[in-house]
Design a protein around this ligand. Sequence first.
Ligand code: C5P
Length: 227
Amino acid sequence: MKKITIAIDGFSSTGKSTLAKQIAKHLGYVFVDSGAMYRAITYYAMKNNFISETHLDTAKLIENLPFVTLQFRVNEALGFAEMYLNNENVELNIRTIEVSRLVSKIAAISEVRAKLVEQQQEMGKNKGIVMDGRDIGTVVFPDADLKLFMTASTETKAQRRFDELVEKGQHVTFEEVLQNVQERDYIDTHREDSPLVKAEDAIEIDNSHLSKKEQFELVMELVNEVL
Ligand code: C5P
């Protein structure tokens, strides 16, 4: 069977990674959560005091980018890949609300995007990949065989992210999460470099009222049409 490239883009907390993971598992493909890479760079910038709520030293971050290595390594026990920053497992560190608050500022820096896009294209060069993010169908894999664009109502998005964070034991309020989801979507759609837009040939899916199973079945029909 031929191998294809599947690009899943969309707004924050629309379940892109969950869907991408399900499809990749079903097809035996590689799954890449590109957001984890932007989050890892953000965590690196926070640790080195290049960014905080009140300042951003873009020049210092750019100067240090050549010394940052990112890798996904499969955790055999858990059955999924975890993010490593300079050989350190940062999977938990990158999912905090503090990183979520700053990541869109880091993701707006062109030099950061160029580095990560190059690495993402390398990972997809043999096809057989499902990657989710904001610019996968527009910039990373403009020739992807299937492009999906995920949306959901603001309340649904915030509720999903809130439940996810609470499950991970983080102390956040619903209001805080709602504000973060709205802020990120605003910055991601308004930035100059690779803004979040639906690729012309992407299929839009509003999953506000779809269960994970319904969504998976719907998407697998689309996948089978191009396989
Ligand atoms: O997917 P996730 O919500 O973890 O992504 C975190 C942030 O990383 C997004 O809000 C966006 O600013 C940035 N991002 C991006 N391009 C991608 C993936 C993520 O700009 N391909």
